[in-house]
Design a protein around this ligand. Sequence first.
Ligand code: C2E
Ligand code: MG
Ligand code: MG
Ligand code: MG
Length: 294
Amino acid sequence: CADMAMYQAKSDGRNTYHFFSQEMRRISEKQLLISNHLRYALAKNEISLFFQPKIDITLNQITGAEALLRWHNPELGDVPPSEFIPLAENIGIISELGAWVLQQACNEAMKWQGLTKQRLQVSVNVSPQQFRIGSLLKEVKKALTVSGLPSDQLELEITESLLLQDSEQNLSQLRDFADQGIRLSLDDFGTGYSSLSYVRRFPLHILKIDRSFIHGLENDLNHKVLVDAIIAMARSLNLELVAEGVENKQQLEFLRQRGVRTIQGYIISPPLNPEDFRKFLKNEHQSSRSNPRR
Ligand code: C2E
Ligand code: MG
Ligand code: MG
Ligand code: MG
């Protein structure tokens, strides 16, 4: 880091070193501040779980929801998960946070029973670190037992980085989950380096097309080509597909034309607090009775 700064100073003029080190210090001070608050966030009830609906666009029916962490701190305001999840991993609290998410998500999913006629899935994001620690299976089983949620209504969203570590331990944990009837979804697909031959080695059920490919899809030929390739890959591996981050009609129609069944995104709903999510389910149920689906 010091070498880097010196190099910058030489090549860009004498003020650069000063600027660079100040910038670095500002970032790490901010991260330190956030980390210090994060340690107590759960205990202080600052953390909550939101739910974003997933919709089957062929049946026009909700299939479940993804659980997404939210953190509001009185001093820091709303801190997005993209910022605090990496910090939670760094300071060693991701396992505790992850166990909390699993339990809350399963508890909440039990409250959805009876609000719709179809059985709903709940998806939980799992960090690669939770696999490394090794207590994940135990925590998942506990969340299911305590809540009473059937295991086939729980879906775990894992990332390509977990597969790329290519460890026997990760593979055997994934097999354990699949054996329990838990569905496994490969999140943010296309952003990492997984190839077809690679992905097939793992007991996956679902591929999620990353929202960066859906974004601007309607005006971007490259994105269309990539999404087509991902769809073809999922088909050849016999995997279900979910498109995340669908924001407009053109994107939805593009996906519908290609036979993608399940979507998630602002065009349907943003992530909702548990109460609003249950209202969403009730409205969905009523509208499905008053205008029967085609
Ligand atoms: P993700 O798992 O890929 O989650 C989808 C993200 O896309 C969420 O961001 C969601 O709010 C956002 N999103 C959904 N629909 C749209 C849309 O139409 N347009 C746009 N622009 N965005 C949309 P969020 O909630 O900020 O979460 C970011 C990431 O943080 C998640 O990405 C996931 O990787 C991580 N995360 C969230 N909750 C948890 C958790 O409980 N555990 C772990 N390990 N990671 C989590
Ligand atoms: Mg996810
Ligand atoms: Mg994703
Ligand atoms: Mg993503």
